[in-house]
Design a protein around this ligand. Structure first.
Ligand SMILES: [Zn+2]
Ligand SMILES: [Zn+2]
Length: 332
């Protein structure tokens, strides 16, 4: 089969490789769509703890191609998506509902071969059937939505909270929809792209502010109950801290480069009663996310701005994402 193989950082190509074998408790999927995300760019650049060579691709959908001998709940030809998370289920963190911190945490497309290929093998227990109304594009979007569900669970926003969100790319746009549904009374969004701000406002944000106009536009009302970073840019995080009001909650949703630093006076943390939160990947949130997408509680189809082919991928990763990009998906 054809697969996109990253042999080493910055060295990737489409290759002819052996089809993956389907184990007794596994399902093989003929891949249709694969979402490309920041993690894939990190794998391409050698900034993620992946083994090499690796086939990336952890946000995917497709059609069942083969079924392991112990699997009875699926049939060949069914349209499906799958949670890429691989956990042991037995360690201290798995046993205390912190599966995303499993001592043997792994993920399809991150630590083992993924879906940027004609076929991918996944544990049957990770697989979800797509309802007829859910497109392959939406099916491949459930995984990023599951990250948003985990972030929202961490945040525990309350009705009426006043929120500011930095970064309204593909992930930020989903956070906008989720925060609106939770019932925040105000949602200011900040970005460098006017059209992304306009889209966020269309989906319920109360105000869009260009980052270059941030200080002048928010000179008066700087204090929020909820501050979320979805940019992963340390300088933006530093700025975001200045918008934390008394007893506010801060959520680090964007992934910054490892080893970066921001400053926070511990007196401020104490005196303002602040809560500082992170949100790492998915923690048993794939099924809730699946229902969010299936029931159109969070709409994602309009965030898929571009599709590419296997042959386009090497150049796509070489060029890197641009500020105008939303979600790009690979069409196999
Ligand atoms: Zn992803
Ligand atoms: Zn574990």
């Amino acid at each position: 089969m054809k697969a996109f193989v990253v042999e080493a950082p910055f060295k990737a190509s489409v290759q002819e490789v052996a089809e993956p074998a389907c184990g007794p408790d596994e399902i093989r999927i003929a891949v249709e769509r694969v979402g490309i995300c920041g993690t894939d760019h990190h794998i391409f650049k050698g900034e993620f703890l992946s083994p090499y060579p690796i086939i990336p691709g952890h946000e995917f959908s497709g059609t069942i191609d083969q079924i392991g001998e112990n699997v009875s709940s699926f049939t060949v030809g069914e349209r499906v998506t799958a949670d890429p998370t691989l956990v042991c289920g037995a360690c201290y963190y798995c046993q205390t509902q912190r599966f995303n911190h499993c001592e043997q945490w792994g993920a399809i497309g991150n630590t083992v071969n993924g879906a940027m290929a004609e076929k991918v093998v996944v544990p049957a227990k990770n697989v979800m059937k797509l309802p007829d109304q859910m497109s392959f594009g939406e099916g491949a979007f459930v995984e990023p939505v599951a990250c948003v569900v985990h972030g929202m669970n961490q945040l525990n926003a309350k009705a009426g909270d006043r929120a500011i969100l930095f970064g309204v790319g593909a992930m930020g746009q989903q956070l906008v929809q989720a925060l609106v549904k939770v019932g925040v009374s105000e949602l200011t969004v900040v970005d460098v792209e006017e059209d992304k701000l306009a889209l966020a406002v269309e989906w319920g944000a109360t105000r869009g502010v260009l980052s270059t106009h941030l200080d002048e536009e928010l000179a008066e009302e700087r204090l929020f109950d909820i501050v979320v970073d979805a940019t992963g840019i340390p300088a933006v995080v530093q700025k975001a801290f200045t918008f934390l009001g008394p007893a506010a909650t801060y959520l680090q949703f964007g992934v910054t480069p490892q080893g970066s630093n921001v400053q926070l006076d511990p007196f401020t943390l104490y005196h303002k009663d602040l809560k500082l939160l992170g949100s790492m990947a998915i923690n048993q949130t794939f099924i809730p996310a699946f229902h969010w997408v299936a029931n159109q509680r969070v709409s994602v189809e309009h965030l898929i701005r571009r599709t590419v082919t296997l042959e386009d991928l090497a150049q796509y990763f070489q060029d890197g994402p641009t500020a105008k990009d939303m979600k790009t998906q690979l069409q196999i």
